[in-house]
Design a protein around this ligand. Structure first.
Ligand code: PGA
Ligand code: ZN
Length: 399
């Protein structure tokens, strides 16, 4: 019924103006799905390999498309993703490119959903539970690899933990984004935006903490529910010569653990992503031991959506949650495996965008389908609001 009849691949623009891979999957019975690969800037060393878009497309046309067309059913995600692995033949998609793989994998899921006449999140096995929606983490100020001459810490994220609905949470994050801007204007700090739409002022991390504290409290007072904040430190990007290189000083691993633990306590942070280098399971375990009972310690570059790396982390008590980025591992089935392992071990999962994005909304459906406690997909900007508005539609039963 959902036998794949055609796979079309093309280059489209991502939000940074770079080419990325878009896939269309067509099936019998008029099934159709379209999806595009996102792209990172602070990519983890252990991620599946993204090839230049034209090369990924050429390789996938040659090796993957013949194994899909007339061979697999779009409604059978495992079958599609196994064919992608077989076509590639490596363990990191370095032959056909994780960007081609993930675009085809997601497009196939949408084609399967279209034949079934279901929204994607339902086709992927989920239902929307109004009282346990994914809380959006909204990137509102930051720097790192996403903006030059801004904060060392890559992302300061608004976390509307007390929001009664997805839409109220999403509007709260947008309000925090606006409030941050107002505070920056009051302080005479001009600011552009980084790759994910967060303000990227030329301030130090200390001032960003002050501003986040003020902005989240002001908006919480207005909306009448609790808003905390959190961080993506993206510490692998600042780890060099055995220490964390901040603009004003360096910190040893022990100092970094202490610094982050103190920040969690001082600002009651709800969320801390990649506080240590991507090879430092031990440092992650130390920090989790200290503050894991009061905050989410999340592995992004540490785990790269990979079950082997997550398994190592679980064994060592490193982190208590995992970021899920389908393009880090190459297929939806692999992402589902990572989520399943996380859930079995009481690790929270946070479905996430990349800094380079398109209008694709697959991750909004993935978060709902897997009952993710959090989704990280920005606060403003078209490629971010595409996902946020899709969540609002899902909540409104309008997808
Ligand atoms: P990236 O950053 O998409 O540039 O890798 C996002 C993140 O680190 O979470
Ligand atoms: Zn990250």
């Amino acid at each position: 019924m959902t036998l794949v009849t055609d796979v079309r691949l093309r280059r489209v623009l991502d939000s940074r103006g770079n080419p990325t891979v878009e896939a269309d999957v067509l099936t019998e019975e008029g099934g159709f799905g379209r999806a595009a690969a996102p792209s990172g800037a602070s990519t983890g060393e252990y991620e599946a390999i993204e090839l230049p878009a034209s090369e990924a497309i050429a390789k996938a046309r040659e090796d993957a498309v013949p194994r899909l067309v007339g061979e697999v059913h779009a409604g059978n995600q495992r079958e599609v993703d196994a064919a992608l692995h077989a076509a590639d033949g490596t363990d990191d998609f370095s032959s056909i490119g994780a960007n081609s793989a993930v675009a085809i994998s997601m497009a196939a899921a949408k084609a399967g959903a279209s034949v079934a006449g279901m929204p994607l999140y339902q086709h992927l096995g989920g239902t929307f539970r109004g009282n346990s929606f994914p809380i959006p983490l909204g990137n509102v100020v930051g720097g790192g690899e996403h903006a030059a001459d801004a904060t060392d810490i890559q992302e300061f994220l608004s976390v509307p933990v007390g929001a009664p609905s997805v839409s109220e949470a999403i509007f709260a994050n947008a309000a925090v984004h606006q409030e941050v801007h107002d505070i920056l204007i009051d302080r005479d700090v001009p600011s552009g935006k980084g790759d994910e739409g967060a303000w990227a002022p030329s301030i130090d991390d200390g001032e960003a903490f002050e501003i986040m504290d003020e902005a989240t409290k002001a908006v919480a007072d207005e909306v009448g529910f609790e808003i905390r904040f959190g961080l993506d430190v993206a510490a692998a990007e600042m780890y060099e010569d055995g220490a964390y290189q901040y603009s004003d000083r360096e910190r040893s691993t022990e100092e970094q653990v202490e610094y982050i633990a103190d920040l969690v306590r001082e600002y009651d942070l709800k969320y801390v992503e990649d506080p240590l280098d991507e090879d430092d399971y031990e440092g992650f375990a130390d920090l989790t031991e200290q503050v894991g009972d009061r905050t989410l310690v999340c592995g992004d570059d540490l785990f790269v959506t990979n079950t082997d790396r997550l398994g190592d982390g679980i064994q060592q008590g490193a982190a208590n949650s995992i970021l899920i980025k389908p393009n880090q591992i190459g297929t939806l089935s692999d992402a589902f495996d990572a989520i399943e392992l996380a859930v079995e071990n009481a690790y929270g999962h946070v479905v996430s965008h990349r800094s380079g994005e398109t209008e694709d909304t697959t991750i909004a459906h993935l978060a709902v389908a897997t009952d993710a406690p959090f989704i990280k997909t920005g606060a403003v900007g078209g490629e971010r609001t595409a996902k946020l508005n899709e969540l609002i539609r899902i909540e409104d039963n309008a997808v």
